[in-house]
Structures are given as C-alpha cells and as structure tokens.
Design a binder for this molecule. Structure first.
Ligand code: NAI
Length: 780
C-alpha cells in the first residue's frame, strides 16, 4: 500500500521495521551459537533451534550446555571474581557505564533481535525493554561508584548463578547482571531456552566493552542446565525469575547449602477500578496491564476487579477497545499485540481457557495472522473468586474479571490469592488510593497506572511471588553480604544432672506463652534444666507441632498490631524495658545459674538496651522516595513481614530472645519464638514481664523445647511468613526445605554473624520488613 493510498482511504498501513541487520548479525555468527565462557564464544555443540514465534522460522541453533561447560563457566567466574571485586567500585563503574553506552549504540539491533526471538511488538522492545535495560546499567554504574562510601560494611557475595525467563529476555538479564557486577560479583547466566539471542548479543557487547574475561559467562540450554547451575557447589548465590513451581524446586534444592537465594516468581495481580476512576484512562491502562507483551508478564494486571456501579459500562468500553487492538506482525510498529513466545505457551493458554466453563468469554473481534503463535486478546467476565482462572496465572493475553461493592471487599478480593507481586488501583480519590495501597498484599502498587518500572525503584513480591527486590538501594542487598567473617556454629550443650541431684518436691514446670497467657503444652512432656553443679532449676515443656499451630493462631488473631503506630509500639517497648530493669537482679541471677558464667548482669543490661534501641527505631526506620524518571513519586514503604517464627540464640538466653523479639515487634510483626534450648528459663521468666506490659495478646508467643523439633513445623506452617534461626545448631536445611511450601522468607545460621553485645539492629530490622513500592504519578 502506498502512502497516497493510505491517505485516500485512511486504511491501516503497516510500518514494518527491517529485520535485515539482525538477521545478518545471526548469519555473521554462523547461525549457530556456543556459550560465552571466560570471555570467548565456545564452539557450538548439540542443541536445539530457536524460532521466531511470529513465523515459526528458525533463527539460529543454540547449544545445550553440558556438565563440563557449566563447570567451565563457574570456574571462569570464580577465577575472575577476586580481581573484579578488588578493582573497586569506581573501576567497575567504568565497565558498567561502557556496557550502558554500547547498549544504547546498538539499541535498534537489540530491539529487532528481541522482537524476532520473543514475538513481542517492536514498539515494546524499542521503547521499553531496551531503554530500561540501558537505564539499569547506567543506574548500577552509579551504585558501583558509590558502593565503598555508602555501603562500607558490604562486600560481594561471590559467584552468582542467574536463571531468567523468556518474557523480557534482555531486561531480565540487565536486572540480574547489572547489580551483581556493580557489587563485585561475577555471574553465570542462563537465558531461557526460547529466547537466548539477545543474551548472546549482550555477550558480544561485554567483549566490546573490554570486560575482564570470566566476569560474565552465559550458558544456554533448558531447565536441566538451570538445575546444574542451581546444584553447582561453587556457586554462592542463585537469582531466579520464572514460574513459582520452578522457584519452589530451587528453594528445596538449595536448602541447607548456604547459597543465598532470591526468587522473582509468578503473580495474579489485581487491577482495581473504583467507580470514581477516570474510566477511559483505566480502560487504556488495561491495554498496558494485560495486553503488554501479550500478557506474558509476571506482574500483568490479569485480575480485573470493578466496582459494581460502573462494571457494565466499564466492560462495554473495554470490549470495544479490545476489538480495536491490532494484533499481528511484531515488527510492524503499529502493532499492539504480538505473538506469544512459543507453541507450547500458546497451547498452555488455550488449554487453560478451554478448561473454563464459568462466566462469559469475549475474544477480541480481531483478525489473527494465518500463521504464527497468536492468541486473541480475551476477557472473561462474571467469574467467582474461587474459579481456577481467577486464581492461576494464565501468562497470556487473557483477562479475568469480577465485581465488588465496597473498598473493603475490593481489598479482600485483591488479597484472595497465594501470590503478591503487584496491584493497580484506579480512583480519582487520593484518600481512597492511599488508603487502599498499604492494604494490598503486593510488592508493587501502581496508583492510576500500571507496569511502571525503573532501575531506581525496587521490584519484587511477597507471598508465593517470591522474595528479594530488584532495583533501587533495596535491590543491592541481594548481591552483598556483610564484611564481618562468620564464626563456625558450635552447638551449646545444656548442663547435666548432678549425681544424686535432689528431687524438688515442688512442681516447677514452666508453661508456654501463647496468646498472652501461660498455656499448658499439648504433649505434656517436659525436660529438666540443671545448674552447673547439677541442681535442678526447673522443668520446661517440650513444645510440639500442635503448640506451634496454637501459637500461630494466636499471632494471627493479633493482626491489628501491624496497624499500630511506631510511636505506640515504641511506648510499649520502653515500658517492657522498664519492667525488665525493675527485675534485673533476678534475671541476672537466673542466667548465671543456668549458664554457669558470670555474665548475667551484663546480659540483662544489654537486653534492656536492646529494648530501648528497638523502641528508638520503631518510628525511625523510614522508607524512601525514589527518584524515578516520571512526573510523580515511587514510595518505598517499609511494612512488617507478618508472622515471624524464630529460633532464639542458645548462648544468651535472655538477650537472644529480646534481641529478636524487640526489633521484630517494633516493626509491627508478630512473633513465635523458640527459646534458648539449653537455657530456656530466662524466657519462661520473661512471661511475667510480658504479662505486666501492654503488649497485646498474641503479638509475642514463646515456646520451649527442641529447636530441631520446632524448626520444620514453623517453616512449613502456611500462616508463618518468615522463619529465622539464631540457634547454635545448623537447622538451615530443615528450615529452608520446609519453607518451600509457601516460599516464606528464611534467615538462617545467624549465630555465625551476630555479636549480641555490640548490637546493630539494622540487619534484624531489614529482615523484619518488606519494601512495598507505591508508584503515584501525578499531573495531567
Ligand atoms: P520456567 O520457570 O520453567 O522457566 C524459567 C527459567 O527457568 C528458564 O530459563 C528455564 O530454563 C529455567 N528452569 C526450568 N526448570 C528449571 C529447574 N528445575 N531448575 C532451574 N532452572 C529451571 O518457566 P516456563 O516453563 O518457561 O513457563 C511456565 C510458566 O511459568 C508460564 O506459563 C508462566 O505461567 C510462568 N512464568 C512466569 C514468569 C515470571 O516472570 N513470573 C516467567 C516465565 C514463566
């Protein structure tokens, strides 16, 4: 069609971006790729084809990495790591900056290659994926520059294994590689098998930037290669983005290995439209929320919740808009919706939609190309919250919808999911928007917007959407560890019974502390606690799985604690400190008797200080406002994690309990604490301090017994959001494995790094909070 014809008829005229340069780059590489290991491309080996999903044509052949190749990549990364780290932040910043410049220089080639490989519209790869990837390298060049002054206690983790999905191949690579390199790590990255080409082009960019060999290694292949990376003993950290199912497997596979882990997983993000929203903007927002990248977006606004009074009008407008979407050749700059990534994904989407028998299905009235993996934009209205399609990620251009009557119901429906990645809230009422955002179980909330991303703002989920943040200052902790050298764990043994120790005629069996009351254990078993001389000091119950359940239930009933103000929590903590101070002598004596050391007084004073410090932090551990390049703000709000289960330090029976409890409750969490195993009586004495305080029932629950017996019940309980261990026994394997069920946060083997008498509460405060990024664009 000529320009004149287009003007005469005003008919749609395609504006196709040329694929010539990208195809010739593939030809120049011989159409067959090996891996990028130690600064060079390896010879291609047996592998598989990478196809253009819009046409089905083969673009190139990729190599399935063998065990030896994965080993070679890890060895190269290991060899390069020390030197790369010691280059220093400013030295590394130069390389990151050079990579950013080269990404910019080759932006069009990257965009076209991405579109060919993934099927996404060129408009998206050109305007979103590639610019955001560049921005990530620029931003993290700055983080490398600032690392030494701003993060003086942090150092690189080491060698990072990074596994990424196919929906944003280059962007996910940038999200993983840039912060890792900035902080002095080296990487072995595996792109997804459907979409490895821009990662290989990126390898070429690394070469052009003169990046020292071995700093970035890229191996291609399927999930089996991912598994090898996960299992490799010389990898220090795994960063994964992909399905929740695989995330769970990786959590289980890395359990107890000491590998650091971050998981960015699936979602079923709500898109809430209130009746006072700007309806046309909200409809247009949905085009971005669910038809951006054909809905193959982890944070896609895939669950529409519309206020009943406007639901009919909204759905009518939405159907009309859907029917105007242009679906077809992704290289056409006018296309709204491109191809889905692969016939396998197409089949998965089709099967999920076909399996649904509820509601009303509207497929957009659009012509589909006669070849390629195209799925029509689809809306399914009238579903119930429990319908499968309301709960499960479809990962395609399919929007499901239901209605609500009140803001409270909207929040309830929004949170009725095992996921917690993102949410959009549409209303012209700033009060309602800012009241709703904190109530949503999500790592990211967009107000009157959707799918806004930036390197300066953290991205990541809660619940089964994974843990860890990417972007912003908060994203750096995923790639650093403290400089202090950890000690080896050494289990602390209890005192033994003396020969012919007298039997105490009085029953001094302590109870458990659950829901603000002393509670008898379910099992009825108790064990004795002896002094160094073998005298009986008392008995404590052996808490069981059932007691864990009761304690979690009590904590659940105290959910209101999260809504209290920092000021109030501070007052309560100060009061606890006062109460403890009044009984300091008694506690010191007890600690000395149990531990046979003369450190009781010092420990009690440190515990009082800890309560004061936690009180001080309660209203000062602030969030941030990130400088994102939009008109508006991205608020990084700190929220409590929820219910935290913790195994307390064995060696400091009072301080270990208070040192975990105080910062956790200061941030608005509720806790289920397993007291020091060999010396539990300081904890049971502490019940009385709690009872005479204003700590609401259920905020603090204390169990006694065997850490090994309590670790798995706490970590597998679906009502617990995080499990920490300060135990002197290494229970990381049990805890991390059991946590895979609901992918709770775990923080284990902390006895190796905690100096109880020089406490810096910040690591605990960080573990006790989740960062929620709330985007609030403003202006017309
Ligand atoms: P996936 O989670 O299987 O693949 C993601 C990456 O993990 C790929 O690089 C893959 O090779 C690798 N992988 C697969 N199995 C592995 C294992 N056992 N150990 C280590 N690495 C492994 O996702 P897939 O199969 O491509 O898509 C399936 C579904 O997952 C989609 O339909 C969608 O629902 C969801 N998904 C979610 C994404 C997100 O960003 N949240 C991204 C991609 C998929």
């Amino acid at each position: 069609m000529t320009v004149k014809q287009i003007f005469d008829t005003m008919e749609y005229g395609p504006a196709r971006e040329s694929a010539a340069e990208a195809l010739s780059w593939l030809v120049d590489q011989g159409d067959r790729f090996g891996h990028f290991i130690d600064g060079t491309f390896t010879a291609p080996g047996p592998g598989f084809d990478s196809r253009n999903p819009a046409t089905g044509e083969v673009l190139a052949t990729l190599t399935q990495a063998s065990d030896e190749e994965v080993n070679a990549a890890v060895s190269a990364a290991r060899r390069a790591q020390g030197k790369w780290e010691h280059l220093g932040g400013p030295g590394r910043a130069r390389y990151l900056y050079a990579i950013a410049r080269l990404l910019q220089k080759h932006a069009r080639l990257f965009a076209v290659l991405e579109t060919l490989d993934n099927g996404k519209p060129i408009r998206e790869s050109r305007d979103i994926d590639v610019p955001l990837a560049q921005r990530h390298f620029y931003y993290h060049a700055g983080m490398a520059q600032l690392m030494e002054t701003e993060l003086p206690d942090a150092q690189a983790i080491g060698v990072c294994g990074q596994i990424i999905p196919w929906n944003f191949p280059l962007l996910m690579l940038a999200w993983k590689v840039a912060p890792a390199l900035a902080m002095g790590n080296t990487v072995v990255l595996k792109p997804a098998e459907y979409t490895s080409l821009t990662a290989l082009l990126f390898a070429d960019i690394c070469r052009q930037a003169g990046l020292p060999k071995g700093v970035v290694n890229i191996v291609t292949g399927d999930g089996a290669v991912g598994e090898r990376i996960v299992a490799h003993p010389d990898i220090d950290k795994i960063a994964f983005t992909g399905s929740t199912e695989v995330g769970r497997k990786i959590r289980a596979a890395t359990a107890g290995t000491g590998k650091a882990l971050t998981l960015e997983l699936g979602g079923k993000s709500p898109y809430i439209v209130f009746d006072d929203a700007d309806i046309d903007s909200a409809v247009e927002g949905l085009v971005d929320a669910i038809w951006f990248n054909a809905g193959q977006v982890c944070c896609a606004g895939s669950r529409l919740l519309v206020h009943e009074p406007v639901a009919e009008r909204f759905h009518d407008k939405l159907r009309a808009r859907m029917d105007k979407l242009r679906i077809g050749d992704p290289l056409d700059k006018c296309i709204d919706v491109g191809a889905v990534v692969d016939p396998v994904q197409h089949a998965a989407i089709s099967a999920m939609v076909a399996s649904n028998t509820e509601g009303a299905v509207h497929h957009a009235d659009v012509a589909l190309p006669d070849r390629g993996c195209f799925y029509p934009p689809t809306l399914i209205t009238g579903l119930s919250p429990s319908d499968r399609l309301m709960q499960e990620e479809i990962f395609g251009p399919v929007l499901v919808s239901t209605t609500f009557r009140t803001p409270a119901e909207a929040v309830q429906l929004a949170n009725n999911t095992r996921y917690g990645l993102a949410a959009s809230v549409w209303t012209e009422n700033v009060n309602l928007a800012l009241d709703t955002a904190p109530k949503l179980a999500a790592g990211v909330v967009w107000v009157n917007a959707t799918n806004l991303f930036d390197a300066a703002a953290g991205f990541g989920g809660v619940r089964e959407s994974g843990f860890g943040r990417e972007g912003g200052w908060e994203g750096l902790s995923a790639y650093t560890r403290p400089k202090a050298r950890p000690k080896a764990l050494a289990p602390v043994a209890p005192m033994a019974a003396g020969d012919g120790a007298p039997v105490d005629p009085l029953d001094r069996t302590a109870k458990l502390y659950i829901g603000g009351k002393q509670a008898r254990p379910d099992g009825g078993y108790a064990h004795p606690v002896w002094s160094k001389r073998g005298a009986l000091l008392g008995h404590v119950p052996m808490a069981s799985r059932k007691d864990v359940r009761n304690a979690v239930e009590a904590a659940q009933a105290a959910a209101g604690w999260a809504q209290t103000s920092g000021h109030l929590r501070a007052q309560i903590l100060y009061y606890l400190a006062e109460n403890l101070s009044a009984r300091a002598g008694e506690f010191a004596h007890r600690i000395d008797a149990m531990t046979a050391k003369r450190g009781g007084e010092k420990e009690v004073q440190a515990a009082i200080q800890c309560l004061f410090s936690a009180a001080a932090w309660a209203d000062k551990y602030d969030g941030q406002v990130h400088g994102v390049p939009i008109r508006g703000v991205a608020l990084a709000m700190k929220e409590p994690v929820g219910i935290i289960g913790a195994l307390c330090a064995d060696e400091v029976p009072l301080l270990g309990l208070v040192g975990v409890m105080a910062p956790a409750i200061a941030m608005g969490n509720r806790v289920v604490l397993a007291a020091s195993e060999p010396f539990p009586l300081a904890a049971t004495d502490f019940y009385q301090v709690l009872e005479t305080s204003d700590v609401p029932a259920g905020v603090v629950n204390i169990l006694t017994g065997s850490h090994a017996d309590l670790a798995a019940p706490l970590a597998s309980h679906l009502g617990v959001d995080a499990v920490w261990s300060f135990s002197s026994t290494d229970l990381s394997g049990d805890i991390e494995r059991a946590s895979a069920g609901n992918l709770k946060r775990t923080w284990v083997n902390n006895a190796r790094a905690t100096d109880w008498f020089a406490p810096d509460l910040r690591p605990v405060l960080e573990a006790a909070t989740e960062i929620k990024t709330i985007w609030v664009p403003y202006g017309e």
